[in-house]
Design a protein around this ligand. Structure first.
Ligand code: XMP
Length: 513
């Protein structure tokens, strides 16, 4: 069977990626595309089913049904969720209008008829608790549509049409929907007759085969950053093509303490992967001296990185491929969410130097972060690296508020190392999403051993978040914060005060610049 993937058409729902992940957790490859891209989608023979996501718009204002009309002609199984259900209803000749009662949050529903989507659902009296989020409702049911669940305020909560078209007003992809995963399971395996081909071992084997086929006997260069994505890419490519891979680690002078040594130990000593270490500290410090504006700093760091990488490549022109640790959310976000505003100019160190004409090798570009992590563990990369907190491309450059220089970097590195070590010591590191120190651009008065001091201030930042779009302060015990503050002030020369940032995102961002 050639068809091996499920297509998710994104209408802008905040839950679209969640749908994709649920499907994959069930062992099936899912891809997300926009409705516009579906019009030009050439590989229809590779898909065995389609899910239409929810979305913020109302179908009565939309012309999307014209596309859905042609989609239904392909005669593949379709499941529409929320907006996706409304657009199916409109296409089939029904009507959707603003609801008298909007429904947000949990709701009890009853499925009155036998339907394959609800097969093996454990419930008393065919009732389940689901997650609703809609302001529109179906007001006219099209001919041939079989209503499976309804109530007074929502006349169609679930429907089937013919044997393979289904609609759900609620969201089976969110965990608040009781047995929602089972409903998606039924759609995949009972309706679409999908096979479980998306498992980490199969993914690894296929990716290695792909890399071998693509690269042949050519050489590959990869910018190693010490982060999860570039590390997993490196180990995977190395497993496929061995010494045809060369990694480059650029020391920008804005990296964490021991970063270079850690990379050396793991990649060079343990895994026998070739890594060139390029010391570019002075170039970065020179270009950044006296620069205080955050965006200017980011741009300088990005530009310097590209120049260093370009220079390296010019001297080593026998590399045919540039490997990158691009992952699936990077691709979906840039393709589907082009309207979202840039708040900070994100620069990924390891990003593609625009002027270099390389062939790109992006072996993990179809994987979500949790899949990259599983793959990394399967490749025997240590857990400590796989579950490392994210580190921004511009590194400590955006955590030193005000001017950057060698001695300020050193203060921040030492303080940060203490904070992270204590988190590990108290088994707190894996309970928070991201923790780090920030060096403030002010000095304050203190007293140490009867002497007046006038030194720097370090701010601790630690947040808990699922998607890094919103975040909350980590609620440590006061004693822990006190202990870290004492340790930093006692052990890091040049610091006499420590604070804790308790703001959430929004209104603040996680990084300070
Ligand atoms: P903010 O500060 O925008 O950060 O709330 C959200 C997440 O993104 C990380 N971050 C970056 N990552 N290049 C990156 O690769 C960047 O320029 C960058 N800026 C912020 C940040 O550490 C947090 O995890």
């Amino acid at each position: 069977m050639k068809a091996n993937k499920l297509l998710i058409i994104d209408f802008g729902s905040q839950y679209t990626q969640l749908i994709a992940r649920r499907v994959r957790e069930l062992g099936v490859l899912s891809l997300v595309i926009s409705i516009d891209d579906f019009l030009n989608y050439k590989k229809v023979d590779e898909i065995f089913g389609i899910i239409l996501s929810g979305g913020p718009d109302s179908v009565y204002k939309s012309k999307d049904y014209l596309v859905i009309k042609s989609l239904l002609k392909i005669n593949l199984p379709v499941l529409g969720i929320c907006y996706g259900m409304h657009i199916l209803i409109k296409t089939l000749g029904g009507k959707v209008e603003k609801a008298n009662h909007r429904e947000y949050g949990r709701a009890d529903i009853k499925f009155e008829k036998n339907c394959i989507l609800f097969k093996n659902i454990n419930s008393k009296n065919r009732s389940i608790n689901v997650w609703m989020s809609h302001g529109d409702s179906v007001t006219k049911t099209p001919k041939g549509v079989n209503v499976i669940s309804s109530n007074k305020s929502t006349p169609v909560i679930a429907f089937s049409f013919k044997k393979n078209i289904f609609g759900l007003q609620f969201h089976p992809e969110v965990t608040h929907t009781n047995q929602g995963k089972k409903i998606i399971h039924n759609f995949l395996f009972e309706v679409c007759k999908a096979r479980k081909l998306w498992t980490i071992r199969k993914i690894e084997k296929n990716l290695i085969d792909d890399i071998k086929n693509t690269v042949g006997n050519k050489k590959v260069i990869l910018g190693l950053s010490g982060g999860v994505d570039s590390s997993v890419s490196a180990v995977l490519i190395h497993k496929a093509i061995g010494s045809q891979l060369k990694c480059v680690f650029v020391d920008t002078g804005l990296i964490r303490i021991n970063e270079k040594e850690d990379v050396k130990n793991l990649f060079v000593k343990n895994l026998n992967i070739k890594v060139d270490f390029v010391n570019a500290k002075n170039k970065f410090y020179d270009k950044l001296s006296n620069v205080t504006d955050p965006e200017t700093k980011r741009k300088i760091i990005g530009k310097c990185f590209v120049e260093v990488f370009e220079n390296y490549v010019k001297k080593h022109d026998d590399y045919y491929f540039l490997a990158q640790g691009t992952i699936y959310p990077d691709i979906i976000e840039s393709a589907v969410n082009s309207k979202s505003k840039t708040i900070k100019s994100h620069h990924n160190v390891g990003g593609l130097p625009k002027k270099i004409k390389f062939n790109l090798l992006e072996p993990i570009k179809l994987l979500f972060k949790d899949e990259v992590r599983k793959l990394g563990l399967n490749l025997n990369i240590p857990r400590s690296l796989i579950y490392r907190h994210p580190f921004p491309g511009p590194g400590l450059g955006v955590r030193i508020i005000g001017a950057i220089n060698k001695s300020r970097v050193s203060i921040l590195q030492k303080a940060d190392h203490i904070f992270i070590s204590e988190l590990n010591k108290f088994n707190l590191y894996n309970l928070v999403s991201q923790a780090f120190c920030v060096l403030l651009p002010i000095k304050t008065v203190g007293v140490m051993g009867d002497k007046r001091t006038y030194e720097n201030v370090i701010c601790l930042r630690s947040v808990n978040t699922i998607d890094f779009m919103t975040a909350k302060v980590s609620r440590f015990k006061f004693e822990f914060l006190e202990l870290v503050a004492n340790k930093i002030v006692n052990e890091v020369k040049g610091v006499n005060r420590v604070t804790y940032d308790i703001t959430s995102k929004p209104p603040s961002t996680i990084e300070w610049e």
